[in-house]
Design a binder for this molecule. Structure first.
Ligand SMILES: Cc1cc2nc3c(=O)[nH]c(=O)nc-3n(C[C@H](O)[C@H](O)[C@H](O)COP(=O)(O)OP(=O)(O)OC[C@H]3O[C@@H](n4cnc5c(N)ncnc54)[C@H](O)[C@@H]3O)c2cc1C
Length: 465
């Protein structure tokens, strides 16, 4: 298929050869269409979207609504849904990663294609775990883009990265659950399009097994007793019109039929949510970083601004910085593609390490690269004259959203330590073979004093060669 592709121009320029070789015609067509969409409908419309939002912060701008209808008509909706779902348009995770990178060039472009967070994770969750009635009521409209949803797990009073500590009480009384507690994050319901919370809470606090104490409930946003306290700003940005709400639940009554999968099964669902949705932010961050890099290139060649009579890009130090950024973006793209391809080839479970690798490396490194692009731009790089500050904030928040990177490092490190016993065994075997060789070459006495093996407790090694 690669022969159909012109690899000298966007959107295929820069894609690794092994990725190009795996793209099917349907994906090549979608990647080109997403590229054309973002280039012509999104990037030039950034200031219009901003102006419409400035007039009315908590309603979806008319332009967004128009673009969503147009994108749907062009077959660009829900591209993220993995191909094993009946509702999926059929892309693999790797193919979708190519599309998502392009979407990332504009913060809100994914939303025009119904491929934004937390919608993608929520749709996947409902497609996987909701029953038929729940799918009809909530999944179909979400796939259709009729309203939006939020995922509500985090609480202000516990360490939410350990979800067994989630405390909001969901008590079963008759055919209902009565909910009391407090939540933070999850889009604000000031926007009338926000109609559904997927709420994680505690239904069985006395269960001996901490993994069976929690459930997930479908909570309509207008349920009496559910009150928004405030919008949480993220490093000064309100992220309107979606926002990040702080909520109080006071005797909120929800029918028991709104439990997803069954009581006590929240962790089973949360595990299932750990698939491709976990790296969608990373996929988009690559595209966003490419855009930030373009700002650095523009500034480096701006004829109007020449310190000491030279272009910024004429200084050797800056040429090197541009090279370093290029190398790092391309390396990070490989990490994301590898995670997507591993999930395609071996399944989500086998992708555990590569997903963590993406989530640890990509936001952190990309925040550094965008920081460097801001520096290239000088003072204006930190102002609203460029989107760089918003881009940096996005990369920074992805270090926490969907779980802090420290938790992923913890998991990776623990898994590495589990392999230590095998590594030790292998080194003990080297020692035993070396001993045999010494005997063979008659070097036993000469080498008796050498300290090569002192990193092992050789006295404890028993020969089983
Ligand atoms: C912009 C943004 C959007 C968000 N959107 C949502 C949303 O839609 N829905 C939702 O429910 N939540 C959302 N969150 C919340 C996010 O998921 C949590 O902040 C995150 O899971 C961490 O939980 P916590 O804040 O309680 O911090 P804690 O769990 O208390 O962690 C704090 C710090 O402790 C350290 N730590 C934690 N675990 C470990 C470990 N295993 N090893 C070493 N150190 C560790 C880390 O330094 C970590 O950053 C969002 C957050 C942000 C910033």
């Amino acid at each position: 298929m690669a022969s159909q592709i012109d690899i000298t121009v966007a959107p295929f320029k820069g894609l690794p050869a092994w990725v190009l070789s795996k793209l099917r015609p349907v994906a090549i067509e979608k990647i080109q269409a997403v590229h054309d969409w973002v280039e012509t409908e999104c990037i030039p419309a950034e200031s219009i979207m901003k102006a419409q939002l400035a007039k009315d912060r908590w309603h979806t701008p008319p332009l967004m609504k128009q673009l969503r209808e147009k994108a749907k008509a062009r077959g660009l909706f829900n591209l993220f849904l993995p191909h094993h779902f009946p509702e999926s348009p059929g892309l693999t995770n790797l193919e979708y990663a190519c599309c998502a990178e392009i979407m990332g060039r504009v913060y809100w472009a994914a939303q025009t294609m119904n491929c934004h967070a937390p919608e993608t994770g929520n749709i996947e969750l409902l497609a996987k775990y909701a029953n038929d009635a729940q799918k009809k009521q909530w999944l179909q409209p979400l796939l259709n883009g009729d309203f939006s949803s939020a995922y509500s797990m985090t609480e202000p009073e516990v360490a939410s990265s350990d979800a067994t500590t989630i405390g909001i009480r969901m008590e079963k009384v008759g055919d209902e659950y009565i909910i009391n507690g407090r939540k933070i994050f999850g889009n604000v319901n000031w926007n009338p399009e926000m109609q559904l919370y997927i709420l994680m809470g505690c239904t069985d606090p006395d269960n001996k097994n901490p993994w069976n104490r929690h459930s997930m409930l479908l909570v309509p946003a207008d349920t009496p007793g559910l009150t928004i306290v405030r919008n949480l700003s993220i490093m000064g940005y309100d992220h309107a019109p979606e926002g990040h709400g702080e909520y109080v639940y006071q005797n909120v009554r929800i029918p028991a039929s709104n439990v997803i999968l069954g009581p006590g099964r929240a962790f089973e669902i949360a595990q299932g949510r750990l698939g491709p949705g976990r790296i969608h932010h990373c996929m988009r961050l690559i595209g966003q970083c490419e855009r930030a890099y373009e700002f650095a290139l523009i500034r480096a060649t701006d004829e109007r601004k020449k310190p000491r009579g030279r272009l910024i890009g004429d200084f050797d130090s800056n040429i090197e910085r541009l090279a370093q950024m290029r190398l790092e973006i391309d390396a990070l793209r490989l990490v994301v593609f590898n995670a997507a391809d591993t999930m395609d080839t071996y399944g989500n479970k086998a992708g555990r390490y590569v997903i963590a690798q993406s989530k640890i490396l990509v936001p952190d490194k990309i925040a550094h690269i965008i920081d460097e692009c801001m520096q290239f731009y000088g003072g204006q790089g930190l102002t609203q004259h460029t989107p760089l500050p918003e881009m940096w904030t996005y990369a920074r928040f992805v270090r926490l959203a969907d779980g802090p990177d420290a938790a992923h490092r913890h998991q990776v490190g623990r898994d590495q330590l589990k392999g230590a016993a095998q590594v030790r065994k292998r080194h003990e075997r080297y020692y035993l073979i070396a001993k045999e060789l010494k005997r063979l070459y008659g070097l036993e006495e000469e080498l008796a004093a050498e300290c090569t093996w002192e990193y092992l407790d050789v006295s404890a090694i028993k020969s089983n060669l």
